[in-house]
Design a protein around this ligand. Structure first.
Ligand SMILES: *[C@@H]1O[C@H](CO)[C@@H](O)[C@H](O)[C@H]1NC(C)=O
Ligand SMILES: *[C@@H]1O[C@H](CO)[C@@H](O)[C@H](O)[C@H]1NC(C)=O
Ligand SMILES: *[C@@H]1O[C@H](CO)[C@@H](O)[C@H](O)[C@H]1NC(C)=O
Ligand SMILES: *[C@@H]1O[C@H](CO)[C@@H](O)[C@H](O)[C@H]1NC(C)=O
Ligand SMILES: *[C@@H]1O[C@H](CO)[C@@H](O)[C@H](O)[C@H]1NC(C)=O
Ligand SMILES: *[C@@H]1O[C@H](CO)[C@@H](O)[C@H](O)[C@H]1NC(C)=O
Length: 261
């Protein structure tokens, strides 16, 4: 999105990150790009669960060394105070819901809570936050659905690859190998808490599923090719597939502006 917007600005120096931070795949934090003269910032916040990620709770058994952190399902990520007043808010959460987490609600560590249930609970927290804290007359809210990945012969950490993919899937729609329960749990949470039409869904999962050729594969390092066994088949090349998600976002945005006039 930054590239799309910045390409329309003649004076390139007038678009900058406020602290001079660079965009890096590994960077987990905050980026705030200012479009000088347009009264506009484009901000990125790394918050893969949207709810509060914390140190392992003192109440949790420490025998399981694989547990790296505790997710407080009833609290929104504290960084959310930075997004709350945005004019346009695009949220998503999916890929980071894997093992190695404890779930906590209030003071209680939920040792037996399933990933699905925890995800729904976190989404309910997000919806409740929107309902209570966000002025939806001002802020236009989008949820982006799960983006497909395309690892063959393994996963991201077991040598999965996509370097031989040179064409999209042109035949029948591919079977999605991703946890579609995120869609289901998301909808359950939204329908329970938010009034209709509080948000727009950027429903990009299926439309991106054919683009097994769209990932970075071994080309995610600036200086050289990555080893064959360390491929990235989840992030995308740019320009590329995410540009069409932005076009979808833009269409919804225009529609929203039009209905306000
Ligand atoms: C910029 O740097 C200041 C000072 O270190 C810090 O307080 C602020 O959060 C940073 N802003 C961003 C967007 O990184
Ligand atoms: C800049 O944008 C903010 C937020 O949308 C708005 O409240 C403010 O009036 C704008 N300022 C100018 C000078 O347009
Ligand atoms: C959690 O699951 C384990 C194993 O399935 C079981 O032994 C234990 O009683 C359960 N604990 C609670 C609080 O439900
Ligand atoms: C949003 O707009 C509606 C209709 O104009 C109004 O009734 C409501 O109070 C507004 N909500 C907020 C939070 O401003
Ligand atoms: C929201 O939309 C659904 C599906 O269109 C409908 O069944 C439901 O009654 C609506 N709820 C409200 C509060 O309007
Ligand atoms: C998302 O889009 C796909 C087609 O691309 C459709 O099959 C699916 O029902 C849509 N899901 C929602 C929740 O709108």
């Amino acid at each position: 999105m930054l590239c799309l917007l910045a390409s329309a600005v003649a004076e390139k120096d007038s678009v900058y990150e406020v602290n001079g931070s660079l965009i890096r795949k590994q960077r987990q934090g905050t980026l705030v790009f200012k479009f000088q003269g347009y009264n506009c910032t484009l901000e990125f916040y790394w918050s893969p669960y949207l709810v509060h990620l914390d140190q392992p709770s003192s109440g949790a058994p420490t025998s399981n060394k694989k547990v790296r952190s505790t997710l407080k399902l009833d609290l929104l990520d504290p960084i959310s105070r930075k997004w709350r007043d945005a004019d346009v808010l695009v949220l998503n959460s999916g890929h980071w819901w894997t093992s190695g987490l404890h779930f906590q609600v209030g003071q209680e560590v939920k040792m037996n809570m399933s990933m699905e249930e925890a995800y729904r609970k976190s989404m309910e927290t997000v919806m409740q936050w929107i309902k209570n804290e966000v002025n939806t007359n001002k802020t236009q809210i989008f949820f982006r659905t799960y983006e497909p990945r395309h690892f063959l012969f393994g996963e991201w950490n077991t040598g999965g690859r996509c370097n031989e993919e040179k064409l999209p899937e042109l035949g029948a729609a591919p079977v999605l190998s991703l946890p579609l329960w995120t869609h289901i749990q998301f909808e359950l949470a939204a329908n329970k808490i938010l009034p209709n039409r509080t948000y727009d869904l950027l429903n990009i999962t299926e439309m991106s599923a054919r683009r097994k050729d769209g990932h970075m594969s071994v080309y995610y390092l600036a200086s050289h090719r990555a080893p064959m066994k360390r491929q990235d088949c989840s992030h995308w090349c740019l320009p590329g597939v995410p540009d069409s998600w932005n076009e979808l976002l833009y269409a919804f945005f225009l529609k929203h502006q039009a209905t306000r006039l």
